[in-house]
Design a protein around this ligand. Structure first.
Ligand code: NAP
Length: 536
């Protein structure tokens, strides 16, 4: 098949990919965006499971580059559902005429760097080939679903569905016996939504989470006007905060300067906000200091216990083996209440793991749980999974998959030594991997990449990649910050601990979004010091 020469190929048409496409097209480049899905939207296309909902306030979860867009678009709620966010992305694609440069139903199989031509040779699974100067991965950090290999799945006569592969036309669960494996943010949203629709709901829980009661409300009238009046301020302030949200973490040391009573009052305020402020807006010490963390954990446990009538059930649903905020904190809206229903059963699989499928359901501790549908809310191979699913080879045939199977390294999550002109938006070791209000971090990274590409193009440079020394320095700094936190030893997707054999490292940079933004800006201002810029 003939190849097509272009300036830039973007993989992924979600929040990052669409903005990257807009930026490079505006810079006058020939650019093609491809996506494996049948529609644009990325995460917000794939995750159309029941109850999928935003957990960042919508008024901070949007593009800031167009005042017209900000003026025209109205969010209906503080935490809107998946369909509304997807509609927003459609609106953006239409308004800025992006669709004709997006090729859907196109999964990339391989991308090989041709050093002599300084081009990426990118091939789709269907055999289509592009030769591109720049390859920009916008594949998302939570996009490669994890499916635990329970034995006997081909015997099971019911349906098995992963939440991130939910059929677009939906599944009618009315009157069915449904099982859910997984009680992370996704499982919680599914369970609280379908409990009243199904005949019987069986939840297979291995690790309970500290879920914070969501405070959602309509953004009509005065509420909407209030938040809209703050758009300009948000556009400037969000990239300079710790987590990219409208609230910031107070100064280190503040928690210990308060009395226990004052800290409690502050926690009450943060809890009442009903948002991730409870996670990245209370005290920085929650993430570093075991004593303060335990105090916040006790507070959260009390709140959860108060929401559950049955004390034995509460014991099962309240985490005790890890501290608050050391896993990503989910928001809930009726999750704990769902367990009070007669048709909902909680099965603890922490001691006795799920053994296998039978013809009729799942077997746990010798008991068969009959099911018509099993929902896998089992998460993702985060940060690296979608990149390593492709055969990406840089200089000297260096394989990204092989490299990251040994050790996950990158330079600010944006580039990898050995892979010239490959840019990885939301790649591992940046705040955008997990520790950020995603739109804040994605826009900052897209803008940095666009600036870098414009710099290369206008300075007769053939290729750009970080030096090994620059990368080593970043990884060392990343590890130093990460290992000072209480998150470094958790077993969830944050550290790769949820995937058997995955090298362990906190996937997200946790030094703060503002600090990271400044570091990126300094690199650009220095003419990309620490990066090898090869002349054409
Ligand atoms: P997750 O947090 O990784 O949760 C996966 C769940 O599956 C965990 O409860 C895990 O238990 C369980 N699990 C995995 N393998 C299992 C096995 N073999 N047997 C029993 N249980 C098993 O994944 P997620 O819930 O999809 O969330 C991932 C991230 O997506 C979130 O942290 C969040 O960042 C994002 N998200 C955001 C929203 C939103 O509100 N905008 C909604 C959903 C997700 P263990 O913990 O014991 O491994």
């Amino acid at each position: 098949m003939q190849s097509k020469s272009i300036d830039a190929l973007i993989i992924g048409a979600g929040i990052a990919g669409l903005y990257q496409l807009y930026q490079l097209r505006e810079a006058g480049m020939s650019v093609q965006c491809v996506d494996a899905a049948e529609d644009i939207g990325g995460t917000w296309h794939w995750n159309c499971y029941p109850g999928a909902r935003l957990d960042s306030p919508s008024y901070t979860y949007q593009y800031w580059f167009s005042q017209e867009l900000l003026d025209e678009w109205q969010w209906s709620e503080r935490f809107p559902g998946q369909a509304e966010i997807k509609r927003y992305l459609h609106y953006v694609a239409d308004k800025f005429d992006l669709r004709d440069r997006v090729q859907l139903n196109t999964r990339i199989a391989s991308a090989h760097w041709d050093e002599s031509a300084a081009r990426w040779v990118v091939t789709s699974e269907a055999g289509q080939v592009w030769r591109a100067r720049y390859l920009i991965s916008c594949v998302g950090m939570l996009s490669a679903p994890k499916l635990p290999p329970f034995a006997g799945h081909d015997q099971f006569k019911g349906d098995i569905v992963h939440t991130a592969r939910w059929p677009q036309q939906g599944i009618d669960l009315t009157g069915k016996r449904v099982g859910v494996v997984g009680t992370g943010a996704t499982g919680i949203q599914v369970i609280q939504t379908i409990a009243s629709q199904v005949a019987q709901l069986t939840v297979f829980q291995r690790t309970p989470q500290y879920a914070v009661k969501m405070n959602n409300y309509p953004l009509t009238g005065a509420q909407g006007d209030y938040w809209r009046s703050r758009h300009k301020q948000f556009a400037e302030s969000l990239p300079n905060t710790f987590g990219g949200f409208e609230w910031d973490l107070p100064e280190l040391g503040w928690a210990t300067s308060l009395s226990v009573k004052e800290r409690r009052q502050w926690l009450e305020e943060c809890w009442a906000d009903g948002s991730l402020k409870m996670w990245v807006g209370t005290f920085p010490e929650v993430l570093f200091d075991e004593k303060i963390n335990e105090e916040v954990s006790i507070f959260a446990r009390e709140k959860i216990r108060a929401a559950i009538d049955d004390p034995l059930l509460a014991d099962k649903l309240i985490p005790t083996s890890f501290g608050f905020g050391t896993y990503r904190v989910p928001l809930e809206n009726g999750y704990y209440a769902a367990y009070a229903r007669d048709n909902v059963e909680l099965v603890d699989v922490s001691e006795s793991p799920i053994e296998r499928f039978t013809e009729n359901g799942l077997l746990v501790a010798g008991r068969e749980y009959p099911l018509d549908v099993l929902i896998m809310a089992t998460g993702f191979d985060a940060g690296t999974g979608s990149l390593t699913a492709m055969d990406v080879r840089g200089r000297d045939q260096l394989s990204l998959r092989e490299l990251w199977s040994r050790d996950i390294r990158s330079t600010l999550g944006l580039q990898v030594h050995g892979f010239p002109n490959l840019f990885t938006i939301a790649g591992p070791l940046a705040p955008s991997t997990a520790f950020c209000n995603m739109t804040t971090c994605l826009q900052q990274q897209v803008e940095w990449v666009s600036d870098a590409i414009n710099y290369i193009s206008s300075n007769a440079i053939a290729s750009m990649e970080p030096t090994k020394e620059r990368q080593d320095r970043w990884v060392e700094h990343h590890d130093e910050v990460a290992n000072a936190t209480l998150l470094a030893n958790t077993n969830g997707w944050y550290t790769g601990g949820n995937i058997v054999g995955k090298p362990r490292r906190l996937l997200s940079y946790i030094g703060g979004v503002g600090t990271y933004r400044q570091l990126c800006a300094d690199i650009a201002a220095s003419g990309y010091q620490g990066f090898t810029l090869r002349a054409q």
